[in-house]
Design a protein around this ligand. Structure first.
Ligand code: SF4
Length: 612
């Protein structure tokens, strides 16, 4: 039995509880009564995947249906993978310990580009043909994908049977219902895919063929099997009515986000031009404070967790943030539960909000300033002025904080050396501010941490057309920033620019990249988001062997009138709007947030109602 084989080796690996299931809150069903089995696969380790909110929601939602069973599956770490391969243990799901190759659906959530190779590795470990074309016509083993990366699924198009665009709560069940009906009728895989692609939000890559021009850009896209020319993403209209679990699986081992996570809102009002999430999750929708508090309480009671985090792109943009926090704190303080608040923005960081945070958190504050000068912050539409940054820091210092972490990006469109030096100058002015405050924390020096990521232009943002800086350009800017910092009170850290380069190639790539992803995996690439496993050299070899010119994707400006690899997918925001925003960026002009004024991105027309 598979269980015996697994248990025999568990003590040979780190964190064995990742591999055996049986956690409180996991759902066990009687197999004989199940009609459709779904393996929810996270292409990274248990510790990371178990923190993912989307998985928790879809897991519980699917399991509400008596005859459907959703189980979890994660990428094994290197030590356990070696044991699996040596002992013929196929990749299995944690609830039943059954091999996932026997499941009806194998569903991957694609959260970041650097997990692409892990998908191939997991399919291989499962014994499922890696290429969609090699799977049989029997109606089983439907490999599907969802999550933010499928807004451009083309670099993975050869591996997935279906990509689900947008929010999954409704469409996943619609797909499973269709499958259940067609399975009873003895339909084939292609019969099912032909019907499935008629469901809104369902993209079947193999029904689309790309024709390229001599210069390598896309000439046109042909559809087959009656697939729609454009596939539109799904959204949930009313967040107060949508299903939200009142229980989570509680792991035995420590995971990245080991706490109750309560969703506050979806979408974002801001429109920062580099931020993919800010565009692909539009429109902005929020839950009422009562709904949020009710979820938080039932989750704490059912899981026994003593910490809550509020999940959203920008929690402080909730229109009822003050009453919401007051209501939540009344509960959490009396029950001795911690409340953590990620995603704070500097421009609406009030003293009363700080007072509330101070009741729950004593660590340093982090802010995303993104650009070192006002001009550059205007280019990226980070509607934050230096005055607001200073004011926020002043409130924080007067409130007892002595360290601030600031996030910046390097390689942003129109960026010059002046903008880079501006990062150090801004940090210097924050230091001066600290020492000018009478009631600053006594006996403590100030510490400013600057964290610099390399800008990655992403699909469905106004910067989707932009090239990424070359490695040489980034290295020059990194050195310039280090040379501009003259005090130990400022610490600078960088992200590896090679990682960002791979990210942009996979984010903006087309279908021709599939063979390079496959080749890279064959060369041993996996867990690319982990420093110790990231082998850029192998990826470069793979690109070269497959005749892929990386600069075509990474360092070339995509033209406005060019057909982009994701143009046949509709994330509600119009391309005309993205072009307009790109032009506005190059004039260093800002666009107000959606609550102040609608800028006509087109979402409201497609959803059929105003956003505010
Ligand atoms: S339609 Fe207007 S308000 Fe709605 S998301 Fe687009 S720009 Fe914002």
């Amino acid at each position: 039995m598979l269980r015996d084989k697994i248990e025999k080796h568990l003590l040979e690996v780190q964190k064995p509880s990742r591999y055996i299931g049986g956690e409180v809150g996991s759902v066990i069903k009687d197999k004989s009564k199940i009609d459709v089995r779904f393996a929810f696969c996270f292409p990274d380790t248990y510790d990371i995947g178990m923190s993912h909110l989307g998985m928790k929601i879809l897991y519980s939602l699917t399991n509400e249906r008596e005859n459907y069973w959703c189980e979890r599956c994660f990428a094994p770490s290197e030590d356990f993978e070696a044991i699996m391969r040596e002992n013929d243990i196929p990749l299995y799901a944690l609830e039943s310990l059954d091999p996932i190759k026997n499941f009806d659906f194998i569903g991957f959530t694609m959260q970041y580009e650097l997990s692409y190779a892990n998908v191939l590795n997991m399919l291989d470990l499962a014994g499922i043909p890696i290429f969609s074309k090699d799977r049989t016509q029997e109606l089983t083993q439907i490999v599907i994908a969802g999550g933010p990366c499928v807004c451009n699924p083309e670099p993975l198009a050869d591996f997935f049977d279906i990509c689900v665009l947008g929010e999954g709560e409704e469409v996943n069940l619609e797909l499973m219902d269709l499958y259940y009906e067609m399975k009873k009728q003895g339909a084939s895989r292609d019969d099912f895919l032909r019907k499935a692609c008629q469901i809104e939000g369902v993209y079947v890559p193999k029904f689309y063929e790309f024709i390229y021009k001599d210069d390598g850009t896309i000439d046109h896209v042909e559809t087959t099997n009656g697939a729609p020319a454009v596939v539109r993403k799904r959204i949930i209209k009313d967040l107060d009515k949508v299903y939200y679990p009142d229980n989570f699986v509680v792991p035995f081992t420590e995971i990245v986000q080991d706490r109750v996570s309560v969703e506050v809102l979806r979408g974002c009002i801001r429109g920062c031009r580099f931020c993919q999430a800010g565009f692909i999750y539009r429109p902005f929708r929020e839950k009422h404070a009562d709904t949020i508090c009710k979820s938080a309480k039932s989750l704490c009671e059912n899981t026994g967790y003593d910490e809550i985090s509020l999940a959203s792109l920008s929690t402080s943009d909730h229109s009822e943030i003050d009453p919401l926090l007051t209501q939540l704190l009344d509960y959490t303080v009396s029950e001795k539960i911690n409340l953590s608040l990620p995603s704070l923005r500097v421009d609406n960081f009030s003293e009363s909000l700080l007072e509330k945070i101070k009741r729950v958190r004593k660590s340093g504050l982090t802010f995303a300033a993104e650009g070192g000068t006002q001009r550059l912050r205007d280019v990226i539409n980070k509607n934050v002025s230096e005055e607001e940054i200073m004011n926020t820091c002043r409130i924080a210092f007067e409130g007892g904080y002595s360290s601030v972490k600031l996030y910046f990006m390097m390689g942003l469109p129109t960026e010059t050396d002046e903008d880079i030096v501006g990062i150090a100058e801004l940090a210097n002015r924050i230091i001066d501010l600290y020492y000018s405050i009478e009631n600053r924390p006594k006996g403590r020096g100030v510490q400013i941490s600057i964290s610099c990521a390399t800008f990655v232009p992403k699909p469905f943002t106004p910067f989707q057309f932009e090239p990424q800086d070359t490695r040489e350009m980034i290295e020059h800017k990194q050195k310039l920033l280090l040379d501009s910092v003259k005090t130990k009170k400022i610490k600078v850290s960088y992200h590896n620019p090679d990682v960002s380069m791979l990210e942009v190639i996979l984010a903006k790539g087309d279908r021709r990249l599939c063979k390079a992803v496959y080749t890279a995996w064959k060369k041993g690439c996996k867990f690319d988001s982990w420093d110790e496993y990231f082998h850029f050299g192998k990826w470069l070899e793979a690109f070269e062997e497959c005749g892929i010119d990386t600069s075509f994707y990474a360092n070339r400006r995509f033209e406005y009138d060019e057909i982009l690899p994701w143009d046949h997918l509709d994330y509600l925001v119009s391309k005309e709007f993205l072009i307009r925003e790109n032009k506005t960026a190059h004039q260093s002009k800002t666009t107000p947030n959606c609550r102040l004024r609608c800028s006509g991105c087109g979402v409201n027309k497609k959803v059929g109602r105003e956003c505010f």
